[in-house]
Write a protein that binds this ligand. Structure first.
Ligand SMILES: NC(=O)c1ccc[n+]([C@@H]2O[C@H](COP(=O)([O-])OP(=O)(O)OC[C@H]3O[C@@H](n4cnc5c(N)ncnc54)[C@H](OP(=O)(O)O)[C@@H]3O)[C@@H](O)[C@H]2O)c1
Length: 275
């Protein structure tokens, strides 16, 4: 029996992966903020006969306190962690700031993955073949890191924020083994392309209607989309970090995966965390 922690594990792809692991006999902690979704996840686990192996851990991962409380609860619960999946997202059409004064998407979609990934390294390294699966957008829509304004105080759009977080996650993956030399952890960046989830619900109209119509035509069902992700977690590439667009490997070349930019982002993130 393997043990997985899945942030954003109560909806969409994260929930699909959690139910996939539970149905084959593994243990899953799903971390998310909405208790109703947590109860629905636990009810589905019960239907699979897996309630004893499932846990909903409530945390608001847009705040540093929420990230750290999730880490503390996981550390109190587990002796070893085989797999960590990052699947949180919440589209913000308007710029919002978290309790820490950070732009919401930067905090939820990037910073929570930085904090939780780095802080759970000890628990992961106790597993035989630990894997981190970071779901974002490598090799996808263009976007950039706004080095002079990472909190996007100027010229905010929801898409700009989502794309920036994606680029940050590319560099988080590249930087991870540089921060943990000798770790057994395999870090896998994964762009699922278009998957039928509630992702479009917070979009403003008419973008919501367009996205939902396109999803009906083009998006993969969650149950199908999670199969190659689970296979990658079971048998990750030998390299410390790798990237995929759907099942297809991506070369770790170009500015999205530049090690110097990864080091720069690491330093910037520590400065943000240390106030
Ligand atoms: N779906 C796609 O087509 C697609 C395409 C490319 C990349 N991706 C990536 O794949 C991942 C999963 O996407 P999805 O479409 O499956 O997402 P989703 O269905 O919208 O689910 C998002 C999850 O994040 C959780 N979450 C939101 N705000 C949170 C907060 N403040 N604290 C803790 N948890 C929070 C949600 O639970 P609560 O609301 O209860 O907090 C939910 O469990 C994301 O990283 C996304 O960027 C998806």
């Amino acid at each position: 029996m393997r043990t997985y922690v899945i942030t954003g594990g109560t909806d969409g792809i994260g929930k699909g992966l959690g139910l996939h692991f539970l149905s084959r006999g593994d243990r899953v902690i799903a971390v998310a903020s909405n208790p109703a979704k947590g109860r629905a996840f636990m009810a589905e686990a019960e239907r699979l006969g897996a309630a004893g192996r499932a846990r909903f851990l409530r945390a608001d991962l847009s705040t540093v306190a929420g990230m750290r409380s999730a880490v503390a609860e996981v550390e109190a619960d587990l002796d070893v962690l085989d797999g960590l999946v990052f699947a949180t997202q919440r589209f913000q059409a308007r710029r919002e700031e978290t309790a820490d004064g950070l732009e919401y998407t930067f905090a939820l979609s990037y910073l929570s993955r930085f904090v939780i990934g780095h802080e759970l390294t000890g628990l992961l390294d106790r597993a035989a073949a630990p894997v981190v699966l970071n779901l974002a957008g490598p090799g996808g829509l263009p976007g950039r890191i706004h080095w002079d304004d990472p909190q996007l105080r100027r010229g905010y759009s929801g898409k700009t924020a989502a794309m920036q977080a994606s680029r940050c996650n590319d560099l988080l993956g590249v930087g991870f083994p540089r921060s943990h030399p000798g770790t057994k952890i395999r870090y896998v960046l994964y762009n699922p392309l278009f998957v039928k989830t509630g992702m479009a619900d917070p979009l403003p109209q008419p973008m919501r209607a367009v996205t939902k119509t396109l999803a009906l035509l083009l998006a993969q069902r969650v149950e199908r989309a999670v199969v190659p992700m689970a296979a990658l977690m079971d048998d990750p590439p030998a390299e410390p970090v790798s990237a995929f667009r759907r099942g297809k490997p991506l070369p770790l070349t170009g500015k999205d995966f530049d090690p110097e930019a990864a080091d720069r982002l690491h330093r910037l993130t520590l400065e943000i965390l240390n106030g």
